[in-house]
Design a protein around this ligand. Structure first.
Ligand code: SAM
Ligand code: SF4
Ligand code: SF4
Length: 390
């Protein structure tokens, strides 16, 4: 029925309006990067603290006692590349350039590492192929089942969702996984082909609805999040027929669009993606943060590679994961001995002295390692005490 009310007219004219969940604010562009304000006096105060923190970290890395006490921690989260195979060709992803062998992680390598991780208090495993898709691993569910059997408390992963309809995958995921993030550009067929490089929009929608139904049928606490990677205005994406089909599930929260995971600004991924390769409203973040001290991903984001080697930083690579950030091999050493072991420490020392691995040099994702204020103070106190002990 026609209306004179401008608000209602707006809704009628723009079908996306009534689908948009209330936690999402419409904007012209979406970026995961939230740089802290660096203006006026605060800029200098921050820089001053940065210099002090770097000096403390350098000293801590060179002092056995302080290293053990403040830097060497039991790992809480482990990233695992269960496969390096991917069935999409996203224009924004450097997966297309990677030279690493395409393989699924052998079960024994996974089992050994996870058992060791859990035995040392590990709590969260994220299946994160930084150059593959977790669902492309035919042994995925056997691995997850084993991780649960040995007592892993939390498991999550991100996927393009293309293979969700396979066999009993959705029932298994609903029974075994805590959170699944499905990255997608929306459900428009031509747009999906343009951004994800394959004709699988319908397969993703189909699999997603099956997953939602499996979650409901099992009354599972599985969190299903959509991570939008958009080259069209959000209102256009939300008006896709597939989004309309999801509306009842978005309304009741069975599936959630994560507002922090809507991207139209993408990363260069250490200079591999160019602005020319990005369609529509997608833009490229090019500003590389100033690296003041070791990156937090070098301290905490330990990554089990598909062949059992261990790398620090589960995120950025240049062509290959087998670079200067590799610190050991679980085929010859237990995971817990590698993490914060001599090779890990030597790499942190090298970086703290200003000698950065190539992949870090133009990385837009760098974030300085930080610690709670109490820890900085306690570490400073211990280091001071050490001066008198010598
Ligand atoms: C490399 S993918 C691997 C997992 C899975 N294949 C997927 O797409 O969800 C991990 C995440 O990186 C994101 N990603 C890939 N290239 C990116 C870029 N240039 N900038 C920002 N995020 C990117 C993907 O959208 C995805 O959320
Ligand atoms: S973003 Fe994920 S789905 Fe897309 S090409 Fe990269 S690894 Fe594959
Ligand atoms: S600077 Fe970039 S590549 Fe280097 S550890 Fe940090 S996130 Fe990884």
């Amino acid at each position: 029925m026609a209306t004179d009310n401008p608000a209602e007219m707006n809704t009628t004219m723009d079908p996306s309006k009534d689908i948009l969940p209330p936690n999402i604010v419409m904007a012209d562009s979406f970026s995961p990067f939230k740089p802290s304000p660096q203006r006026g006096l605060m800029k200098y105060v921050r820089a001053g603290f940065g210099i002090i923190k770097l000096a403390l970290i350098r000293r801590a890395l060179n002092d056995d006692l302080v290293y053990e006490r403040y830097i060497r921690e039991n790992l809480a989260r482990l990233f695992v590349a269960n496969t390096t195979i991917c069935n999409a060709r996203c224009v924004f992803c450097p997966q297309q350039f990677h030279v690493d062998k395409k393989q699924a992680m052998p079960f024994d390598i996974f089992a050994d590492a996870i058992e060791n991780f859990v035995a040392h208090g590990g709590r969260l495993v994220t299946l994160n192929s930084n150059n593959g898709d977790p669902l492309a691993d035919p042994g995925l569910i056997d691995k997850i089942r084993h991780a649960r059997k040995v007592g892993l408390p939390v498991l999550n992963f991100s996927t393009n969702g293309i293979l969700l309809s396979r066999g009993t995958l959705v029932q298994d995921i609903a029974a075994l996984v805590d959170e699944i993030d499905i990255s997608l550009p929306g459900f428009d067929r031509e747009d999906y082909k343009r951004v994800y490089g394959v004709d699988r929009a319908e397969a993703v929608l189909d699999g997603l609805i099956k997953l939602i139904e499996a979650k409901r049928a099992a009354n599972s606490p599985l969190r299903i999040l959509l991570a939008l990677r958009i080259d069209r205005p959000l209102e256009e994406v939300m008006a896709d027929e597939g989004m309309r089909q999801l509306k009842p599930y978005l309304d009741d929260g069975t599936v959630v669009i994560d507002p922090d995971q809507i991207y139209s600004e993408m990363e260069t991924w250490s200079d591999q993606i160019t602005a020319e390769s990005l369609p529509g409203i997608m833009t490229l973040r090019t500003d590389v943060p100033v690296r003041t001290r070791p990156c937090k991903r070098m301290m905490n984001d330990v990554f089990l590679l598909a062949d059992g080697q261990v790398r620090i930083c589960a995120c950025r690579i240049k062509l290959s994961n087998y670079d200067e950030l590799v610190i050991g091999d679980t085929r010859t050493q237990p995971l817990a001995d590698i993490v914060h072991g001599p090779a890990h420490r030597a790499l942190l020392q090298r970086v703290a002295a200003g000698d950065w691995p190539e992949v870090c040099q133009d990385c837009t994702l760098y974030q300085a390692q930080d610690l709670p204020r109490q820890t900085w103070l306690a570490m400073a106190w211990d280091l001071l005490g050490g001066l008198f002990r010598r």
